[in-house]
Design a protein around this ligand. Structure first.
Ligand code: FES
Length: 61
């Protein structure tokens, strides 16, 4: 599995290729609250997990 370097909360970190932001954040100890997310499944209805990516609001991507 490949790795990619990304900026997470202003800090450069390594993510697994294809890893979600939610998974990455949790690995680095950053809590993103969720209500309707279950491992491998999300219906996107609660919007509590919205994060900003390059100025755009996104859900557990
Ligand atoms: S946890 Fe509900 S939309 Fe992400």
């Amino acid at each position: 599995m490949g790795m990619v370097r990304v900026i997470l909360n202003g800090k450069e970190v390594e993510a697994f290729d294809g890893e979600t932001i939610l998974s990455l954040a949790r690995r680095y100890g950053i809590e993103i609250p969720t209500l309707c997310y279950y491992e491998g499944f999300a219906n996107g209805s609660c919007r509590i997990c919205v994060v900003e990516v390059n100025g755009r609001l996104m859900l557990h991507v």
